[in-house]
Design a protein around this ligand. Structure first.
Ligand code: ADP
Ligand code: MG
Ligand code: ZN
Length: 584
């Protein structure tokens, strides 16, 4: 009789059952230290056994119960192998994901080079020359480019030589970017624009590849415009950086130069670039065939400001009591962007006051907010304005009355791109540029012109009122005078060069830290001669101006009124003063 077992039998009970012959079979699992018991009635139990159990073997043997031994090591091996395979699979999958991700990143890197330039279909560019006001000279110069882009073949047949690279130079917010877009808009050609800072990326080589890609895409869609904004970000003087400079930027710049040299003339691609730091640009960028055309975009004078306000007032209705002229009068030194901002702010004030057309009150409030924090805009300070005006007219008047001096192009009391308030611009004497020869008389005239500003200040405000505003003039003076003495032999010291080699020493690239074995006495002699030259030039400039005091005063009045006066206007004003003199 098989006892009905409802629970696991104990070890001793199991042995008894085996002996009694109630057990059908035994499966011994030594690794688990258990035995699986199958009774005759079909029930199954698992019973723990002793390690290395001999007893159960003997009992089974003596009672003739079949016993099998199950070795689990194989199974375990398989089980652990399965575990290993699992880890392996996870590893492989993980690695694949990693590789895929890094490929994606790498692709993105490559794509930086490919897809960054924003290609704008010309339809999207609805900016035309009408949207650009006040900078008429720049617009006129660029009109030719528009004509070329519209009908390239016609102009090429006529033998026209179109510049490859045009550099727009001017203070921030004067409309350089706007102007570039307007050209594309007018001509209806694609416009590729990229800020130079976008070229220079974390990854070395990306900038160069972007440049390459930009040009190849542009060439495919010629005629078109490539516009590189803020080119100074890559175009800085190479190798000037102390401590190695920036390799990535240099590579990018080199690539740009290569591309510019690479495209043939009249390929239909016109390269425009803008900067407000022309002084830091690498000279290689300005070589013939590269950015050889330079267009100045100056801060707007009163008339130009009125025109710019007019453009922006088209979308912002102004009330009757507002006169654009009056706003222009109140905003000397404002750029186009500043003026636009002024009208925006006024519109916000008007909305807040719930007034429909923008009124005078809102504009005044906006003006106050915009100039808040600025102690007083220099150009609203009349005394300072007058001083700047005298200084600049001093330069101009000396130049006009000195034979061989560079020709005055314009005089302005508006700040230039470097933030210097007031400047006089000259057209360099072409004969000198062509021959590369500078006569003693020419260099001397440069000294006088450079000192003209200081001379006027001394004459009008007295020696004690002289400002530091002329400090950059004085740097020019000492540089020119020193070179006259040491390099060109234009002094009492005779025709001896005191510099090491005289290649390209002229006008300021070098002369820094040239270690020469000069005797102490020679050095002091040089200093003496330099000072003598400068003093003589200053006295001559003062003399020249004092005999033209009336002309000078009239020019200053006109300059304060008009903010910028051209050469033509200067000559006109001089002849008016002279005629008045004759009548008196
Ligand atoms: P820049 O590139 O010289 O720094 P922007 O072209 O970016 O200046 O000018 C910024 C904004 O100022 C323009 O979008 C435009 O609204 C306004 N602006 C600047 N100059 C002019 C201008 N001469 N005529 C009309 N709007 C101008
Ligand atoms: Mg810009
Ligand atoms: Zn000066």
């Amino acid at each position: 009789m098989t006892p009905r077992l409802s629970q696991n039998p104990s070890y001793s009970k199991l042995l008894g059952e085996i002996r009694a012959g109630n057990v059908e079979s035994l499966i011994l699992v030594p690794t688990r230290r258990e035995v699986i018991v199958r009774f005759l009635n079909g029930s199954r139990f698992t019973v723990p056994i002793l390690p290395n159990d001999q007893q159960i073997l003997r009992f089974a043997e003596s009672s003739g119960t079949p016993l099998t031994v199950k070795d689990l090591r194989g199974e375990q091996a398989i089980a652990s192998m399965t575990g290993n395979i699992g880890i392996f699979v996870i590893f492989v999958v993980g690695l694949t994901i990693l590789i895929k991700r890094s490929i994606k990143i790498a692709n993105r890197t490559i794509n930086f080079g490919n897809s960054q330039p924003r290609l704008k279909a010309s339809e999207d560019l609805q900016i035309s020359f009408d949207d650009v006001a006040g900078i008429t000279e720049a617009k006129d110069e660029l009109l030719e480019v528009v004509t070329f882009l519209k009908e390239p073949t016609r102009l090429i047949k006529l033998g026209a030589k179109i510049p490859k690279g045009i550099l727009l130079v001017g203070p921030p917010g004067t409309g350089k970017t706007l102007l570039a877009k307007a050209i594309a808009g007018e001509a209806g050609v694609p416009f590729f624009s990229l800020a130079a800072s976008e070229f220079v990326e974390l990854f070395v080589g990306v900038g160069a590849s972007r440049v390459r890609d930009l040009f190849s895409r542009a060439k495919q869609s010629a005629p078109c415009i490539i516009f590189i904004d803020e080119i100074d970000a890559i175009g800085r003087q190479r190798g000037a950086g102390i401590g190695g400079g920036n390799d990535e930027r240099e590579q990018t710049l080199n690539q740009l130069l290569t591309e510019m040299d690479g495209f043939t003339e009249n390929s239909g691609v016109i390269l425009l670039a803008a900067t407000n730091r022309p002084d830091v640009l690498d000279v290689a960028l300005m070589r013939p065939g590269r950015f050889d055309r330079r267009i100045e975009v100056a801060l707007p004078d009163k008339e130009a400001r009125t025109a710019i306000l007019g453009v922006h007032a088209r979308t912002k209705p102004l009330s009757e009591d507002v006169s654009l002229n009056e706003i222009a009068l109140m905003t000397p030194g404002f750029s186009g962007a500043d003026l636009q901002n002024l009208l925006n702010e006024s519109a916000i004030f008007a909305a807040r006051d719930n007034i429909k057309p923008i009124g005078k009150k809102q504009i005044e409030a906006a003006l106050e907010r915009l100039t808040m924090g600025i102690s007083k805009p220099p150009l609203q300070d009349n005394a300072k304005k007058r001083l700047i005006a005298y200084h600049e007219i001093g330069h101009a008047l000396v130049a006009i009355n000195t034979p061989l001096a560079d020709k005055v192009e314009k005089v302005t009391i508006l700040p230039n791109s470097g933030g210097v308030s007031g400047y006089t611009r000259f057209t360099p004497n072409e004969e000198n540029i062509d021959s590369g020869l500078y006569s003693k008389a020419y260099l001397y005239s440069r000294l006088m012109v450079a000192l003209g500003g200081r001379a006027a200040e001394i004459l009008v405000f007295g020696k004690n009122e002289v400002t530091q505003g002329a400090s950059s003039d004085l740097q020019d003076v000492s540089m020119i005078a020193r070179e006259m003495v040491t390099t060109f032999g234009f002094s009492k010291l005779g025709p001896i060069s005191f510099t090491e080699s005289n290649n390209e020493v002229f006008l300021g690239n070098t002369l820094i830290n040239k270690k020469l074995n000069l005797a102490e006495s020679t050095i002091s002699q040089i200093d003496h001669e330099v000072r003598k030259l400068a003093n003589k030039a200053l006295n001559m400039a003062i003399e020249l101006l004092s005999s033209r005091r009336e002309q000078m005063d009239n020019l200053v009045e006109a300059l304060i009124q008009e903010e910028t006066i051209s050469y033509k206007r200067v000559i006109e004003l001089i002849s008016i003063s002279d005629n008045n003199n004759k009548i008196l």
